[in-house]
Design a binder for this molecule. Structure first.
Ligand SMILES: Cc1cc2nc3c(=O)[nH]c(=O)nc-3n(C[C@H](O)[C@H](O)[C@H](O)COP(=O)(O)OP(=O)(O)OC[C@H]3O[C@@H](n4cnc5c(N)ncnc54)[C@H](O)[C@@H]3O)c2cc1C
Length: 354
């Protein structure tokens, strides 16, 4: 039997996506005793390769005005970037007479006069958006589409890659120990990976919350529910302009949005419940002025949009974990519908310094 090696650190970071990379970087600003453990590098920002091209198929764009943009020095990696140009296509008003349950996301958005937001909710979540309360996504939709929304500028792809990916590559952000975490003993504050036991004071967990609870042997008292995002990648015979994001708000269209990370690659994100097989693309290629596009791959992100459980139950879980020395970080770890610039990085840094 291989003997277990024991390691002691102040901060252990668990995860391998951008939230883990940023957490590890920030923790190291405050203490030298940091160990980062995780699986396959990059999370949703792992680059996709096709022929000689490398690009990020998911549009994860930093917000220029956000504290994280300045704190990480993302401007150094965004020198060549243009801001994302978002366009609407189609008319959302054909859903203005939709019926929905009180306290549903749609009712909430209607009360704010956020018609376009409603159209997008339907595209993203399908009938779920109107059939039941969705408290976890309300905040994000208010921030993004409500009347008081901030004027953000999102920084687009640089040579096909998200600025966050450039930052991760530029800072050589990699987990110190690579592999699957086999056990997490929360009361003893010990995480086991391979034959290493890591004793920590603070664990920054950047993996989906249901997975964290599972590896900790906790039976969740919550029924987790999440949405999914489906994409198809196409290589066009002609060039299109990168950094354009096109939202198709027409309710009966199968497309949610379309974007171009590199001049020749078009990524289609489908509306809820629509699959690539049954779709007529003619309207899309006409809109883009592209005559022919070859299918490259279908991609599926199964847990992109956490929908449940309700806000109060998740708050209790977060504070129970906090009492055990665990801070959650990232959309799926916090189980909140947020972007990276909306993570409370100040609180995470304070927890490390404490
Ligand atoms: C279509 C789309 C568009 C988006 N646009 C934006 C945007 O513009 N701006 C933005 O900030 N965010 C955006 N997001 C959200 C984006 O996913 C996150 O902000 C970002 O990827 C979060 O990073 P993360 O590290 O928390 O999660 P992820 O990137 O999902 O990484 C999670 C990591 O955890 C690992 N993991 C999963 N399960 C386990 C397990 N059981 N054990 C160990 N490791 C595990 C995975 O391998 C992965 O490496 C978008 C998401 C989608 C789907």
């Amino acid at each position: 039997m291989v003997p277990q090696t024991a390691v002691r650190v102040n901060v252990c970071v668990f995860g391998s996506g951008p939230a883990a990379a940023i957490s590890a970087w920030m923790a190291r600003q405050a203490t030298s005793s940091v160990l980062w453990v995780g699986g396959e590098w990059g999370g949703l920002l792992r680059p996709f390769r096709h022929g000689c091209a490398t690009f990020n198929p998911f549009p994860v764009f930093p917000v220029r005005e956000s504290p994280v943009y300045h704190r990480l020095g993302l401007h150094q990696y965004a020198a060549d970037a243009s801001d994302v140009q978002a366009h609407e296509w189609g008319d959302w008003r054909d859903k203005a007479d939709a019926t929905w349950l009180p306290k549903s996301l749609l009712a909430y958005q209607a009360a704010q006069g956020a018609g376009r937001g409603m159209a997008r909710s339907l595209k993203l979540f399908g009938p779920k958006a109107g059939e039941r309360p969705l408290p976890l996504v309300q905040a994000k939709f208010t921030a993004h589409y409500g009347p008081e929304r901030p004027q953000w500028t999102r920084v687009g792809y640089v040579k096909g890659l998200s600025v966050y990916t450039h930052w991760m590559l530029g800072t050589s952000s990699r987990p110190d120990i690579h592999g699957a975490v086999s056990r997490l003993d929360l009361p003893r504050r010990v995480l086991s990976i391979g034959d290493v036991d890591i004793a920590y004071d603070l664990l920054i967990a950047c993996v989906p919350l249901p997975d964290l609870l599972k590896v900790a042997g906790m039976v969740p008292q919550l029924a987790f529910d999440s949405g999914e995002a489906r994409f198809s990648v196409f290589c066009a015979a002609e060039f299109t302009v990168a950094n354009h994001l096109l939202y198709d708000d027409r309710s009966d269209s199968p497309f949610y949005r379309v974007f171009v990370p590199l001049e020749q690659y078009v990524i289609v994100q489908f509306a809820a419940g629509r699959t690539p097989e049954s779709v007529d693309y003619t309207r899309l290629w006409e809109k883009f002025g592209v005559r022919m596009a070859n299918w490259v791959a279908d991609l599926h992100v199964p847990t992109a949009y956490p929908l449940g459980p309700d806000g109060a139950a998740i708050e209790t879980t977060r504070s129970d974990l906090r009492a055990l020395g665990v801070v959650l970080c990232g959309r799926l770890a916090e189980w909140r519908y947020i972007d990276l610039h909306e993570v409370d990085w100040g609180a995470i840094r304070a927890a490390v310094e404490h």
